[in-house]
Write a protein of this length. Structure first.
Length: 191
């Protein structure tokens, strides 16, 4: 049987060590990072879609969180809602900085209180001006929820939030953007 040459052997050893270290990192209880996807915007988009009005929305919301200090994390959230509104192209985009406080745990688990601040915009047919149904501006929000671990790596996170955002009140309820009280059901991975 031929021996593996030195570069291939080094690569295999590095790969095995990386997998072992990754396994240990995932099995640790005190994970320092989390990535989430919210399922409620997806449902919100399907509910707001209407075949008769040639309206369809595919809403996605993602989040990243990093444990900064015991009980305290920071992160970012991204909402991206592409689609069609009355045969015109539609896009809602939001990017926010977020912070959370976990009073019952030193890690990112159990009950939390959070705040976020960011920028959002809605464009219809590529236009963000109010005359065409769009808007752009800052938003801020507060959130409370519970992060429930399912396994060492996976978790679900139900929460409620209130967001104050610039909006176009003529289209309020017709387009799925973040304004007012909102339920959230996130699924995520901790590492």
């Amino acid at each position: 049987m031929k021996k593996l040459n030195s570069p291939v052997r080094k690569l295999l050893v590095c790969a095995v060590l990386a997998f072992v270290c990754t396994g240990f990192a995932f099995s640790q209880e005190g994970a320092k990072n989390a990535v989430t996807m919210d399922s409620m915007p997806l449902f919100k988009g399907f509910i707001a879609s209407d075949n008769k009005a040639d309206t369809f929305f595919f809403c996605m919301a993602f989040g990243y969180e990093r444990l900064l200090l015991p009980h305290f994390s920071v992160g970012a959230e991204l909402d991206l809602y592409p689609g069609n509104f009355n045969n015109d192209s539609y896009m809602y985009f939001a990017l926010a900085a977020a912070a959370r406080y976990y009073p019952l745990s030193e890690y990112m688990e159990k009950f939390f209180l959070g705040a976020l601040v960011g920028f959002n915009l809605q464009s219809i047919d590529g236009k963000v001006d109010a005359d065409n149904g769009g808007f752009s501006g800052m938003f801020a929000g507060l959130r409370a929820g519970y992060k429930l671990p399912v396994t060492n790596m996976f978790f679900i996170e139900p929460s409620m939030s209130y967001t104050y955002s610039k909006t176009n009140f003529e289209l309020l309820g017709l387009t799925p953007h973040n304004f007012g009280w909102q339920a959230s059901l996130r699924a995520g991975i901790s590492f």
